[in-house]
Design a protein around this ligand. Sequence first.
Ligand code: ZN
Length: 246
Amino acid sequence: MKADLAQQRSLLELAELDAELGRLAHRASHLPEQQRYDELQASQRAAADRLAAVAIVLEDLDAQVAKLESEVDAVRKREDRDRGLLNSGSVGDPKQLAELQHELGTLERRQASLEDTLLELMERREQVAADQDREQAAVDTLDRDLSAARQARDEALAEVEQARTERAGRRAGVAGGIEADLLNLYERQRKNSGIGAGRLLGVRCGACRIEMDRGELARIAAAPEDEVLRCDECGAILLRLKPSGE
Ligand SMILES: [Zn+2]
């Protein structure tokens, strides 16, 4: 196959654009901004889980406190009733009176015990409420960090996407100017090995970087400049051109 130098230059430009597009695709899928976002998201979820767990503990404590308070209240009412009876002088029977005093004593001890338990519960509740405040603050901070990380990730992605669109547009223009046979050969080779064409770099193929032997180099040197050469090793179209822009 023959291809004039202009066609060869276009092919090299195409190969360089494809390499750039490959790098951009790699960058898009390995963004440090994405990694940071993923890490923060995991931390945020863990913190939200801890916050939810603390809220359940607090809810349980509140229920226990409410139950104890109503028990304390009930005992107090019975005490008041018993005291009322004692003070009213309406109970004259000494046995009944002794029973009433005994019950009042029991109720007072019960009341004291319930109040101790209530106090412990309230202290525990205070600690858990402090935990909740701390976890809530952590979640709030992580929410803000996550939102900033999302924005940074989106901006980085948009930047890569913009570069990709620009290169893809240029690629379409360059490919449109390459003869069908040469372009087909290039695309077939690119599909096979990932790189369709490479420059001859001294004694190496620019696509696979493998050094060529003397015989191969002599064959290349003897070939007319419009001859389409292939690398023996990787099959890439071998271009005897200076890099674009030089
Ligand atoms: Zn090669």
